[in-house]
Write a protein that binds this ligand. Structure first.
Ligand SMILES: CC(C)(COP(=O)(O)OP(=O)(O)OC[C@H]1O[C@@H](n2cnc3c(N)ncnc32)[C@H](O)[C@@H]1OP(=O)(O)O)[C@@H](O)C(=O)NCCC(=O)NCCS
Length: 200
């Protein structure tokens, strides 16, 4: 597994590097260029959210950025958080919504340039992004299909909380996934759940 060099960015540095990250995002996601201004605006807004943490990954200390990840503390009033709270409350009940979302890290983006995928960089970034956080859980959404991202999240202890979910305004189906923090505990828990299934 290649060892990525990670750099942590504060909100100001993050805003100064938006072009670099949008370029990686477009490459990793095969994104429509017309969607990038909207993505830029979203990332700009995210940088102001509480306990924001962003990482850049390089394969060599002075090399180009090949991947990035960021997240922040989820709370009411954030579009994604409010949508997911409603979906989880509706499908699993308010108690489960509180359990997963009352004190959560939202993992907003994890992307690695195609050329450098499958080198362990995504795993390293996700582990680092979530480590040392004060929150009880980490939550995220990803297209509801088998994918590298879905397998990565599962391997790190994330489980499906809601599946086949269309965000307000209409979107392809997403899975909302959650894990207890720290992720190494979540991995252990997921292993024991597979031995004897239970809802956390
Ligand atoms: C999802 C994503 C961030 C994962 O990053 P990554 O750096 O490729 O992740 P990793 O290398 O840690 O793991 C990916 C796979 O490579 C494998 N791998 C890791 N290191 C490896 C190595 N040295 N040799 C061979 N395989 C390796 C892992 O086992 C894993 O295999 P799997 O897909 O069969 O489960 C990246 O693939 C990506 O940017 N995808 C497109 C954008 C995207 O979907 N982002 C997430 C949106 S929710």
């Amino acid at each position: 597994m290649a060892i990525a060099t990670l750099t942590e960015l504060g909100p100001r540095e993050f805003l100064g590097q938006l072009d670099v990250m949008l370029d990686i995002y477009a490459n990793a996601m095969d994104a429509d260029l017309a969607a990038l201004p909207g993505r830029r605006e979203l990332m700009r807004r995210h940088a102001a959210y509480p306990s924001f943490r962003a990482l850049h990954a390089r394969t060599e200390p002075a090399g180009p950025v090949v991947g990035f990840a960021y997240g922040f503390h989820g709370q009411g009033g954030q579009w994604w958080y409010d949508a997911v709270w409603s979906a989880l409350a509706e499908t699993a009940g308010r108690r489960q919504a509180r359990r997963w979302l009352a004190d959560c890290l939202e993992v907003a983006e994890v992307h690695v340039r195609k050329w450098h995928q499958r080198e362990g960089i995504g795993t390293t970034m996700l582990m680092s992004l979530t480590s040392g956080r004060s929150e009880l859980t980490a939550v995220l959404s990803t297209p509801d299909r088998d994918s590298t991202a879905r397998r990565l999240y599962r391997r790190m202890g994330f489980r499906d909380l809601v599946t086949g979910y269309s965000f307000p305004g209409g979107s392809p189906p997403y899975a909302v996934m959650g894990a207890a923090l720290p992720l190494c505990d979540a991995v252990d828990r997921a292993r024991s759940d597979r031995a004897s299934p239970s809802i956390w």
